[in-house]
Design a protein around this ligand. Structure first.
Ligand SMILES: [Zn+2]
Length: 169
């Protein structure tokens, strides 16, 4: 399947807009429950447009142009006359991005959080050994007294970051 995780959608069109992909889609569900009384309705009152940023597809940024129905509640006693259908498997009620993009961003933030906890502040100073000016490859200043702690901090900072660039997006 081209878009795993989007099975709650009926995809109508995919167009390339420059480097980006625009996916026009609507809910695959025939009916949706009224948020007030739970009565399933398929009576369309109006259509709305909603854009969600999604995970990149093959390295290309992707956005979903969602066509959302405003449905009429069919229970005459219900004070909720009309309601917008929600696609909970796809995105939160007011979110501008898909759940899977939000989860992806969260995972990425957690990874960088772990990286910073691995190099606590002051650690370089405690076990810092003098660095010979000739051994420096980081462009640190060679005038005056050696900036030992600073140079080590810079090296420590550079090393754990490298794998984060291999995410492929
Ligand atoms: Zn209702």
């Amino acid at each position: 399947m081209l878009f795993p995780g989007l099975s709650s959608l009926f995809i109508e069109e995919i167009v390339a807009a420059g480097p980006a992909l625009r996916i026009t889609a609507r809910s695959a569900a025939i009916s949706a429950p009224c948020p007030r009384c739970g009565t399933e309705s398929r009576r369309v009152h109006a259509w709305h447009a909603r854009r969600l940023t999604d995970l990149p597809v093959g390295g290309r940024p992707a956005a979903i142009d969602l066509r959302i129905r405003r449905l009429r509640c069919t229970d005459v006693k219900c004070p909720q006359r009309t309601f917008r259908e929600q696609i909970p498997a796809l995105a939160g009620r007011y979110s501008r991005r898909t759940l899977r993009l939000a989860a992806h961003d969260r995972a990425r933030r957690d990874r960088s959080g772990r990286t910073s906890r691995r190099r606590p502040a002051g650690h370089a100073r405690r076990d810092g050994l003098p660095v010979e000016p000739a051994a420096r490859t980081d462009g640190a200043t060679t005038t005056g007294r050696p900036d030992t702690a600073g140079a080590q901090r810079r090296r420590r900072r550079a090393a754990p970051r490298a794998p984060l660039h291999d995410d492929g997006d």
